[in-house]
Ligand binder design. Structure first.
Ligand SMILES: Cc1cc2nc3c(=O)[nH]c(=O)nc-3n(C[C@H](O)[C@H](O)[C@H](O)COP(=O)(O)OP(=O)(O)OC[C@H]3O[C@@H](n4cnc5c(N)ncnc54)[C@H](O)[C@@H]3O)c2cc1C
Length: 502
């Protein structure tokens, strides 16, 4: 069915009010913008619902008029999509502008219920207003990013509550046919446990709504952690690129035995100093990638080595956590190469303080300095899994360095380590204003994707412009998802193509 945009927008105005639609060229351009090599993806307009009932009306009208929709909550998905839809012409449903209430905070059972527009900064401020008795997990990305949107993209943070999908409980979802579904125990009228009993009764449905196009989530429960009285980070700097294998071997038992409660970050030099510096073209005679000598000079400027290891302990007092920090010193010093950096010392450095913030559930804008490492502000995330085995991590490092360097880019990576796997956050930074560099970044991304896939390694999340290619790597899954899509969205109105699901 050919889309009829004008009658659709007129009907939305009639049902939701005149302020609920914007099709002006400036708005369309703003919502089409992203940081990816694939280019901007302008929608045909933006609608602003104020309630789940409004979302139901929009979805029903989309079915009537053959219009496709793209849900966005806060639209801060920088380096993965930002505000733009996966295909031009999809109508952005901006849930965040008018649905941005913290519906509830239960301080006894430690959870919040949020609407799509609630940002990390907003929840942090509200918890602060209530005396910081509870702590949320946060990303190291934009503080104006949203708790619900990040969870639905399988985003993650760094505290023990890092797994945002795992720590969410009970969704309210508008299905593509307009019905309202409440997951967990929410289907029971008057349910008192929708945000407590994650798996509910029967098959677990919540997973259908993450990284998918099977529903628009209008409300979500998120679990919070009692804020510990004392949070103390530890840092170790390692001098050489080759140290990565040893570091991973040292980190694995700490996570496997649950000695360290946070995830442990292993941050590369460029990822660390790139938050403060921009590419020093004057020192490289305009050449890329960054020569080793200049990289070393910049490391030294920030007191860094090739790798920065960080994590944190929580406890009732300084005295309680000090022995744990000492245990870390003894553990990492065994390598003979580590240099210890204390929490107090790290607090004096903007580069290191980012990690203290994220281990403390405090949003920070400082990591976004990375977006200006190269002029032109282009960024795209490559997010493979690396098994927690030193030898494999070393092979992955070599593979990434080679491919990035062949394309004129440097390795900016953070291995975020759990017991068995680390998520290797590669940020590919490039000049989006230069057509040649944009195309080179696109080729580089695909080369990384192919090389890792050939090594049996998948990514966890993908930028909009490659979601189709990434889904194409999987056997059987795309067909199963298409069958689910046809069953739940027979007219195909909700974000066709998102995560490669048609
Ligand atoms: C320097 C830097 C550091 C970063 N660090 C992190 C990090 O530590 N962890 C991390 O996870 N990310 C990180 N990011 C990536 C990104 O910026 C964040 O994940 C951000 O929170 C996501 O954007 P958002 O919350 O505004 O979600 P949105 O842009 O609103 O949505 C994200 C996705 O969810 C879908 N969606 C949104 N709302 C709904 C809905 N109601 N129903 C159905 N689908 C919906 C959207 O279609 C989109 O695909 C970082 C980015 C940068 C630049």
């Amino acid at each position: 069915m050919a889309p009829s945009f004008e009658p659709f927008f007129a009907a939305v105005r009639e049902h939701l009010g005149p302020e609920s639609v914007d099709t002006t060229p400036e708005t369309v351009a703003r919502y089409g913008a992203n940081l990816l090599p694939g280019g901007d993806l302008p929608p045909s307009g933006v609608v602003y619902p104020a309630s789940a009932e409004h979302v139901q009306a929009v979805v029903r009208l989309a079915n009537t008029h053959g219009v496709t929709l793209w849900p966005s909550s806060t639209g801060e998905n920088r380096g993965l999509g930002f505000k733009s839809p996966v295909r031009p012409g999809q109508v952005v449903v901006d849930l965040g502008r008018r649905m941005n209430r913290i519906v509830e905070i239960d301080e006894t059972l430690a959870y919040a219920v949020v609407e799509p527009g609630v940002t990390y900064a907003q929840l942090y401020a509200e918890l602060g207003r209530r005396g910081h008795k509870l702590m949320m997990d946060t990303t190291s990305g934009p503080p104006d990013g949203g708790i619900l949107g990040n969870t639905l993209d399988k985003g993650a943070g760094y505290t023990p509550y890092f797994d945002h999908f795992g720590m969410s409980c009970g969704y309210e979802v508008v299905l593509p046919t307009g019905e309202l579904l409440r997951t967990s125990d929410g289907g029971l009228p008057g349910s008192k446990t929708q945000h407590l009993s994650k798996y509910g009764y029967g098959p677990f449905l919540d997973g259908l709504f993450v990284q998918s196009n099977l529903g628009i989530v209008t409300r979500m429960g998120v679990w919070l952690m009692p804020r510990p009285p004392v949070i103390r980070s530890f840092f170790f700097s390692f001098p050489d690129d080759e140290d990565l294998g040893d570091i991973i071997e040292l980190v694995r038992p700490l996570k496997m035995n649950n000695v360290v409660p946070t995830l442990i970050k292993v941050t590369s030099d460029v990822y660390a100093f790139g938050t403060e510096e921009s590419y020093p073209f004057e020192k490289t005679a305009g050449k890329t990638p960054l020569p080793f000598e200049v990289r070393k000079e910049l490391r030294e400027k920030y007191g860094l080595g090739s790798w920065l290891v960080s994590g944190a302990f929580y406890g009732p007092s300084e005295e309680a956590v000090q022995p744990l920090i000492e245990r870390m010193q003894a553990h990492f010093m065994k390598s003979g190469k580590a240099r210890y950096i204390s929490h107090a010392e790290a607090e004096q450095s903007r580069v290191l303080k980012i990690h203290i913030s994220t281990f403390s559930g405090q949003p920070t804008a400082d990591e976004q300095g990375l977006l200006w490492w190269r002029p032109g502000g282009g960024a795209t995330w490559f997010l493979p899994a690396t098994p927690m085995v030193g030898k494999i991590a070393s092979e992955h490092q070599a593979l990434s360095r080679r491919i990035l360097s062949e394309h004129g880019f440097e390795l900016a990576v953070e291995y975020v380590c759990g017991p068995r796997m680390s998520r290797a956050l590669h940020i590919l930074l490039y000049n989006r204003q230069e057509a040649e560099e944009r195309q080179r970044a696109a080729r580089c991304f695909l080369a990384l994707l192919k090389a890792y896939a050939e090594a049996g390694i998948m990514v966890s999340r993908a930028p909009l412009d490659v979601q189709q290619e990434v889904m194409g790597l999987l056997e059987t899954t795309p067909e199963v998802l298409s069958r689910l899509k046809r069953a739940l969205d027979p007219a195909g109105i909700l974000a066709p193509g998102k995560y490669g699901i048609e």
